[in-house]
Design a protein around this ligand. Sequence first.
Ligand SMILES: NC(=O)c1ccc[n+]([C@@H]2O[C@H](COP(=O)([O-])OP(=O)(O)OC[C@H]3O[C@@H](n4cnc5c(N)ncnc54)[C@H](OP(=O)(O)O)[C@@H]3O)[C@@H](O)[C@H]2O)c1
Length: 282
Amino acid sequence: MILVIGAPGNVGRHVLARLRAAGAQGVRALVRPDEAAAADLPGGVEVAIGDLRDVQGLEAALTGVETVFLVWPMLTTEGAREVLEAIARHARHVVYLSSIGVGGRPEERDDPIFGLHAAMEALVGESGPSHTVLRADTIASNTLGWADQIRATGTVRAPLMAATAVIDPRDIAAVAVRVLTGDAHRGATHRLTGPRVIDPPEQVRAIGAAIGRELRFEEVPVERARERMLADGRPPALVDALLRAVELRAPSTLVTSAVADITGKPARTFQRWANDHRDAFR
Ligand SMILES: NC(=O)c1ccc[n+]([C@@H]2O[C@H](COP(=O)([O-])OP(=O)(O)OC[C@H]3O[C@@H](n4cnc5c(N)ncnc54)[C@H](OP(=O)(O)O)[C@@H]3O)[C@@H](O)[C@H]2O)c1
């Protein structure tokens, strides 16, 4: 039995679908109580209701589980040790979805998101089961956060996050399925990127090409962005973490061949992701 945590999410939903397509028999999705009705999960997947913040409630979801796909969607490691202890009472292998920034440039060590994943990797490593770490670059589906602005104005106003080799969540999922269903990657850490480095203005242009409309990117200074994000009701800790990342991260030059090496297929371009998700921006 494989338990997918974060199952309704951008990556998790593709992990589930691909596990089923690969013929995996025992696949269970962890879904939060409030989301259970809305979660659109592939057929043949068992649903376990649970919340990472309620470790006792996870016992039923973990019963009979041998392998766990773990995302940690929080901004601190609070509660993570207890969750990992619960996982270790059942599972023999954990696949953790981490961030490409772990172990990266010294000037980025104060980045709260990279720091969170570094701390999570350490906790996963200490927890007992064998583990595989997937350090993913920026996920293409983050740009869905621009959809309202694109529809309303055709201009994305946002702070300028450094360019990275943005990765398609389907490629992360394809790697995850290989790792979850075989023994070959136990103990490994893989750095997963898209095929080339692409900055936010170019991402906006690619979405524009996908929907047949000229779109613009307009940089918003960090302090103005902070006011707006707080006024929109985003949690202050999340706003801080995102804006620290804008300030600290330098443009990346890293492109790896891990997706192709592990799955046998080249990583998809951002343009391909945008074309396949054009309806979300119309
Ligand atoms: N975004 C990036 O660029 C990036 C890069 C590298 C690594 N990562 C890591 O990859 C992870 C997955 O990315 P994603 O794009 O798939 O994220 P996502 O779409 O936000 O999915 C996160 C999933 O976690 C679930 N979740 C949130 N809080 C939970 C809780 N307390 N208990 C149980 N489930 C909970 C959410 O469920 P609901 O549907 O109920 O909200 C959702 O299904 C991120 O959390 C991050 O740690 C992200």
